[in-house]
Design a protein around this ligand. Structure first.
Ligand code: AR6
Length: 194
């Protein structure tokens, strides 16, 4: 992982230390988080589904699907934003990650795009905080270890160049995913062991 630190003229160590304050890792249900934007792992129809999308739609209430379906279709790698309705979050960002077909169908770029476009929407709406699930790693079958690296690298490339979102939470629902994120964030100096 390389960070573009040259234009800011700041030593990599201090950028990493600063970034560490802007990244959080939690294990649990994303719908319970007190953040401005909850990202859901949607499909192109934006009509709701299972997994995290099912949880977000049930917590937000039926107004969410009424709002999101009007913004469909949403291409793979792209995002849409709606209010959060009954969620604590003021906004839901609907991110369509790729179905994993073996890795030679541009899946990595499409997954990075789903994260980047989510960050772009949060920035456009000046939302201070955003929480991501592990997009595409459930029904869509993206290998969790590869998806973890893509998610973290995309966020780490975004943060130094952008004021918003101020904080990014990676919300893992499974302990195995939490462990992957933990290892990667420790490796990058974003969180400390213990
Ligand atoms: N909070 C946080 N993460 C969760 C939660 C939750 N409440 N529930 C599940 N996860 P998936 P995909 C995690 O299948 O692979 C839907 O039907 C889960 O452990 O929800 O992108 C959509 O409508 C996994 O790590 O999303 C699409 O059709 C992660 O969320 C399709 O599934 C993503 O798993 C999208 O598939």
């Amino acid at each position: 992982m390389k960070l573009d630190t040259t234009s800011a003229g700041i030593a990599p160590g201090s950028i990493m230390a600063d970034l560490a304050h802007r990244i959080r890792l939690v294990l649990g249900d994303i719908t319970s988080l007190n953040v401005q934007a909850v990202v859901t792992a949607a499909n192109e129809s934006l009509r709701g589904g299972g997994g995290v999308d099912g949880a977000v739609h049930s917590a937000a209430g039926p107004d969410l699907v009424a709002a999101s379906r009007q913004l469909a279709p949403c291409q793979t790698g792209d995002t849409r934003i709606t209010p959060g309705f009954n969620l604590a979050a003021s906004h839901v960002i609907h991110a369509v990650g790729p179905v994993f077909h073996g890795g030679n169908s541009n899946e990595s770029d499409l997954l990075a795009s789903a994260y980047r476009r989510s960050l772009e929407l949060a920035a456009a709406h000046q939302l201070p905080s955003i929480a991501f699930p592990c997009i595409s790693t459930g029904v869509f079958g993206f290998p969790a270890d590869q998806a973890c690296v893509i998610a973290i690298d995309t966020v780490i490339n975004w943060l130094p160049k952008n004021q918003f979102p101020e904080t990014v939470t990676f919300c893992c629902f499974q302990a195995t995913d939490h462990s992957l994120y933990c290892d990667r964030l420790i490796e990058l100096g974003m969180i400390s062991e213990g």
